[in-house]
Design a protein around this ligand. Structure first.
Ligand code: SF4
Length: 365
């Protein structure tokens, strides 16, 4: 954290800083607010304003404090500060590349496999990641109450005995207060055939103060529960983030990491190695490295697959097997996650029908 950063807020006491609700209330949500903390133009160009009007901004003071203010290529800034290139709503890119909307038996519940469902419990996030493949939701209001959304989802899971695992996602499920989260977890856990719950949340990375003792007690009550988060750069592994992960682990909940391969952020072997080793040091399992999806507003983050394959080859030579994630591409429909590395001929042939998902696919021979 930058020295004395907390003093830049009129009510910035260390007690407030540690309060996740204070962090949410003080998020930077406009370019003029951002210009108070980073050396950025407060107005931006027309394209930037267009991107911002389509994809809003929110950055917690905590995450802002990790950014180098005078470096516009700071890897954390790239992940959260709006970019004019988001306004390049190119043909060939889709709002919903995985066609998740077609896999919803009831609103907000995605079922792409017989035995698992993913519940979009909210559209809100503490910090909006500019590379998010669900950024189409950011401006969509949650048009009904949590209870009515939950009732429809729970009804579907209850009458589908093949479903053994429910993944709470979004948005970020940890945007709810503890009571609401307890309600959601209990509703799914009380279904007899649901054996495992999973939470996908970036809170340990962008809002580690959300991982409170009370939250961990709630999570502990709902084991077996798995926690997946998303560190993308070694600078995100701070003492606060490490403490947050440790608290979850001490509640008996394994923490795994799903990074996204992002141009300019983590597409070099040195940075990725440092990230993976850092995760291993805090006992967070590097699980997936996702090839960045061709979602509208994210194109400037995409690398081609060859970059990812070379990166994995380098990492294999220099990292412990325990620290190596699976490099995968999430594909539409039931095909799910295709392992990209090591790239075998059968996998390459299977990927051919989705070659619009990959830049320079034909160079992979
Ligand atoms: S926390 Fe997850 S859902 Fe929210 S903006 Fe980031 S990647 Fe998207």
């Amino acid at each position: 954290m930058r020295k004395n950063f907390v003093c830049r807020f009129p009510d910035g006491t260390s007690r407030n800083w540690r309060d996740w609700r204070w962090q949410l209330r003080h998020r930077a949500t406009s370019l003029s607010a951002l210009a108070r903390f980073l050396e950025r133009p407060s107005g931006g160009g027309e394209k930037l304003r267009s991107a911002l009007s389509r994809y809003p901004m929110a950055i917690t003071p905590y995450y802002l404090s990790l950014i180098q203010p005078d470096n516009d290529q700071d890897p954390l800034a790239l992940q959260c500060v709006p970019d004019a290139r988001e306004a390049a709503f190119s043909a060939g890119l889709a709002d919903d590349p995985l066609r998740e909307d077609r896999s919803m038996p009831v609103p907000n519940l995605i079922q792409r496999y017989p035995d698992r469902v993913l519940a979009i419990v909210t559209h809100r996030c503490a910090t909006y990641c500019r590379h998010c493949s669900r950024k189409r939701f950011w401006k969509t209001s949650e048009d009904s109450s949590l209870k009515s959304r939950l009732t429809a989802m729970v009804r579907h899971v209850s009458k589908t005995p093949q479903i053994r695992e429910v993944i709470l996602s979004g948005g970020d499920p940890l945007m709810f207060d503890d009571a609401s989260l307890e309600l959601i977890l209990s509703a799914f856990a009380s279904i007899p055939h649901v054996e495992v719950l999973r939470i996908g949340s970036r809170a340990p990375v962008v809002l580690p103060m959300r991982i409170t003792g009370n939250l961990c007690r709630i999570l502990k009550r709902h084991r077996p529960l798995w926690f997946n988060t998303q560190f993308n750069h070694p600078s995100e592994i701070t003492p606060d983030a490490a403490r947050a992960c440790n608290r979850i682990q001490e509640a008996g909940i394994p923490v795994s990491n799903q990074s996204v391969l992002l141009k300019g952020v983590n597409d070099s072997p040195e940075v990725m190695k440092s990230l993976l080793n850092g995760l291993q040091k805090i006992s967070v399992r590097p699980y997936y490295l996702f090839h960045c999806e061709p979602a509208r507003g994210c194109n400037h983050f995409r690398t081609d697959v060859r970059t990812g394959l070379k990166l994995m080859d380098k990492l294999r030579q220099s990292c412990s097997g325990l620290a190596l994630p699976q490099y995968v591409a999430d594909l539409p429909g039931r095909e799910g996650k295709a392992p990209l590395w090591p790239l075998s001929r059968p996998i390459r042939n299977a990927l051919r029908k989705h070659q619009d998902f990959f830049d320079n696919f034909e160079e992979l021979d």
